[in-house]
Design a protein around this ligand. Structure first.
Ligand code: IPE
Ligand code: IPE
Ligand code: MG
Length: 309
């Protein structure tokens, strides 16, 4: 079987802790505690599958509206029980931790300190870049970026997708290839609005505390079945379109009864196929126009007027 290119950036909305606990007659915080195994599983899965970037949604800017007791548990739990205990393990396994999200006076200094320490401890790692979205909101992220552009008086004409990214909190954070959400809800909940522009969305009914590496592999399997087009055409369709354009209104030259079929391209993994399609498209179009000219010259008709100089 051909090797498949893993998604470069997987982002995960870890949802369903509260319901998991409620189904068992427990308080919601038990669901958050039970999510430890799922956190380990998602990191294991990303390492196994050679994913380069993994972003986990741990606490949203909207989660402050939950009851005080739950908020306090969530904010403290993450730093004390997960990151601090796991930081050494992350360091040994090549995981680099980075925080993504705004500062907030409601986050105890001790929590921020522990998270920053874990960042520091893992800063030389490069096998897996783990960004933890903590007190994160996609709209707030965009507003913060706009503020940075304004503060540095960047001229309007220079605001492009490329320069915009340079002003984001984590400019190196790539576009999300696969957005995975557990817990059965089909929404973004203000997560990575910029980076998910062309993400493949996978929603699983599994509640987050039940999530294991098998679920991660299943999500990747679904991702690999997708055909990513980025607004263009699938490679095989691009070849078809060019072939039709080239021969429209002309008989095929003698000795060539059929054009080579594009079907061989259909078996390519989606990531390779879409990249190949994008890079081939320009050449295919140029070749089709050239063929039109040649065929027109042979039959004594005028060439294609649109051919670029
Ligand atoms: C996700 O689980 C954890 C966080 C939002 C921090 P929830 O707590 O949202 O669980 P449900 O969706 O209520 O089941
Ligand atoms: C999204 O889950 C936030 C996190 C997983 C941290 P929510 O449970 O807060 O999302 P909504 O409220 O159902 O949209
Ligand atoms: Mg939820």
């Amino acid at each position: 079987m051909e090797p498949r290119i893993p998604p470069r950036h997987v982002a995960c909305i870890m949802d369903g802790n509260g319901r998991w606990a409620q189904h068992r007659g427990l308080g919601r915080t038990h669901g958050h505690m039970a999510a430890r195994a799922a956190l380990e599983a998602v990191v294991d899965g990303a390492l196994e599958e050679r994913v380069e970037w993994l972003t986990l949604f741990a606490f949203s800017t909207e989660n402050w509206s939950r009851p005080e007791e739950e908020v306090s548990f969530l904010v403290n739990f993450l730093a004390q029980h997960v990151i601090e205990r796991g930081a050494q393990g992350m360091r040994e396994r090549g995981v680099r931790l980075r925080l993504l999200g705004g500062e907030d006076p409601r986050i105890p200094a001790e929590v921020t300190g522990r998270l920053r320490k874990a960042e520091e401890l893992t800063r030389d790692n490069s096998t897996l870049q783990l960004s933890l979205a903590f007190n994160y909101g996609g709209r707030q992220d965009l507003c913060e970026t706009a503020r940075s552009l304004a503060a540095q008086s960047v001229p309007a004409a220079e605001v492009t997708p490329e320069t915009f990214v340079q002003h984001m909190q984590l400019p190196e954070l790539p576009d999300v290839d696969l957005l995975l959400r557990t817990g059965g809800e089909h929404r973004l909940s203000n997560f990575l609005l910029w980076h998910c522009a062309y993400a493949e969305l996978v929603f699983l009914d599994t509640l987050w505390p039940d999530f294991r590496t098998t679920h991660f592999r299943h999500a990747l399997e679904l991702y690999h079945q997708r055909q990513r087009r980025f607004g263009s055409l699938a490679p095989a369709d691009a070849v078809d379109a060019a072939a039709h354009a080239a021969v429209a209104g002309h008989a095929l030259p003698s000795g060539l009864s059929t054009l080579p079929g594009p079907s061989a391209l259909r078996g390519l993994p989606a990531a390779i196929a879409s990249r190949l399609g994008a890079s081939l498209w320009g050449g295919v179009k140029e070749t089709a126009l050239f063929a039109l000219e040649q065929l027109a010259a042979e039959s004594g008709r005028p060439g294609c007027p649109d051919r670029p100089a």
